[in-house]
Design a protein around this ligand. Structure first.
Ligand code: AMP
Length: 515
């Protein structure tokens, strides 16, 4: 990337933003536009529809947010709608847009399940110009005709692939039925599967395309290892990793809500300060869990993918994948929770021998340096903890009463015996649980799998089938999606009632706007 400041697009001034917006950008601490911002912002400012392929962490929110904010007419009510897959992301986007647009006097509202209907409705009625919404609750409000003058002319689908994965396609189609035909539509997505292209062809008009290469992902400062374990070793393996790494803060990703709850209970019993984050929590519980992680009251979060989407936790030094993630996008998203802002981080993934092919596939598609390692043995963990204690002891300031006590003890037992006894007292507290050895060591593991026995027996999908049948409380990929689906609409109580509603008339593909 060049840093030639004479080139247009290398500073925010060159985009012709309003002074109030420029001051918001400066106050947010943004100095130079990121690559996606440089590419996308001029196109959005021109009023073009846009398909942008970019991941979280690239500055995509400001890439669509800044030009949209710049185009808002303050007196004209609702103009910008951003749809996001989860409440968490909705809140994050809303915060970012508020922060950037506050000097323009722009009001934002966030619309998601699990929170008060009336407050969200009144914020729209009272003239918020920007709404950031999850599809489920927004559709509820639109169908109930509760949002007066809701005619946004700039519409953003953020993390569109994630919304489709979570089963929001019908809702999105229905929502478009309520939106003005004369509008600008922007689609941001980390991946571009066919379903996204189809969605874009229905609702975007001659879109421009921009793409941020996947190689610009910031996984360079993340050490990535995988451990090969047996299915029944998962819980012990987590404890072993936590004991060894002693992370400042960690996230453990599980496949299912039940697994998250079980692991939380298990770790809680063992004395870890831990909470679970998943779609069954009320909004209030969710906020309280996140707050305790931010405050440092808990150090470990056990979360499902969907619940942790968009989380930006500072000082997260460790990510544990309790299972091999479904695909490389998910893997990259997960590990990207650590190693932020130039800090180093570690990502650990548990793999069973049955998943060896899936592992190779993941390594191939993610292009990351995921290397095999042996789980530390009990002895190795113990040695590391002892070392930590020794360091701590050597750094400890001597307590005012210590000297007199030490003298008294030494008169009875002699210096050496007293010192050894004190140390033993401390070391007794270092209790490492679990078996001496967990998982495979180098002599027991060869990453290259034996040749395929049979072709044509669903080999490509064997990972899912195999992994599932093997796991006591695992879930299918559809329940994984289902969870997300429920997650974003749970509070709205609509999961049952509008199962088929999206198909009445509204699902007919429209092309809006004829330019
Ligand atoms: P996003 O990809 O939108 O989730 O953004 C990731 C993070 O980068 C957020 O914390 C943004 O506030 C921050 N950010 C976005 N654009 C810039 C920029 N040009 N300079 C510095 N930070 C930025």
């Amino acid at each position: 990337m060049t840093t030639n400041h004479t080139e247009p697009g290398n500073d925010f001034q060159s985009f012709g933003f309003r002074p109030e917006l420029l001051s918001g950008i400066a106050e947010a601490g943004f100095q130079t536009p990121s690559p996606i911002q440089r590419q996308a912002m001029p196109l959005v400012l021109e009023g073009k529809d846009l398909i942008a392929q970019a991941q979280t962490g690239t500055g995509k929110t400001a890439a669509y947010g800044l030009p949209c904010l710049n185009r808002i007419e303050i007196k004209e009510g609702m103009q910008v709608l951003v749809l996001t897959p989860t409440r968490e992301l909705a809140l994050q986007v809303s915060d970012e847009l508020y922060r950037l647009g506050k000097n323009l006097g722009i009001k934002t509202t966030t619309i998601y399940g699990g929170a008060s209907y009336s407050k969200q409705i009144s914020q729209v009625t009272k003239g918020a110009q920007v709404a950031v919404a999850t599809p489920g609750r927004l559709l509820d409000l639109l169908k109930g005709k509760e949002l007066k003058n809701f005619k946004p002319t700039m519409v953003v689908l953020d993390e569109a692939d994630e919304m489709l994965d979570m089963g929001f396609l019908e809702d999105i189609e229905s929502i478009f039925g309520f939106l003005p035909e004369e509008r600008q539509t922007l689609l941001f997505s980390a991946t571009m599967p066919d379903a996204i292209k189809k969605l874009a062809s229905r609702y975007l008009d001659h879109p421009a395309h921009v793409k941020i290469a996947a190689t610009e992902k910031s996984s360079k400062n993340i050490e990535q290892v995988y451990y090969v374990i047996d299915e029944q070793e998962r819980d012990n393996a987590v404890v072993r990793v936590l004991d060894y790494e002693n992370p400042f803060k960690a996230i453990i990703f599980t496949k299912t809500k039940k697994e998250a709850d079980d692991l939380k209970t298990n770790l809680g019993f063992k004395g870890y300060a831990v909470e679970a984050l998943h779609g069954d929590l009320s909004q209030k519980q969710r906020e309280s869990v996140l707050k305790s992680l931010h405050d440092g009251r808990i150090k470990i979060l056990v979360a499902t993918d969907v619940a942790a989407r968009g989380l930006d936790v500072k000082d997260l030094s460790l990510v544990i994948n309790f299972h091999l993630p479904f695909d490389s996008e998910s893997y990259t998203h997960r590990i990207g929770r650590t190693g932020r802002a130039g800090k180093s981080g570690k990502a650990v993934t548990f793999v069973t021998t049955r998943e060896s092919r899936a592992l190779l596939r993941l390594k191939g598609t993610s292009g990351t340096e995921l290397t095999f390692a042996a789980l530390p043995t009990k002895k190795e963990v113990q040695a590391r903890r002892h070392q930590d204690f020794l360091t701590k002891i050597l750094e400890t300031e001597i307590h005012a009463d210590a000297e007199a006590l030490f003298q008294t003890l030494c008169e009875k037992e002699g210096k050496e015996a007293v010192s050894l006894k004190i140390l033993s007292q401390i070391l007794d507290k270092v209790k490492i649980s679990g078996p001496e050895k967990i998982g495979k060591h180098p002599s027991e593991w060869n990453e290259t799998p034996p040749p395929s026995k049979k072709r044509g027996s669903g080999g490509g999908d064997r990972r899912r089938g195999g992994g599932r049948s093997n796991s006591s409380n695992s879930s299918s990929s559809s329940s994984y999606r289902g969870e997300g689906r429920r997650e974003s609409s749970s509070g709205s109580g609509r999961s049952g009632k509008d199962g088929g509603s999206g198909s009445k008339g509204g699902t007919k593909p429209h092309r809006f706007r004829n330019k």
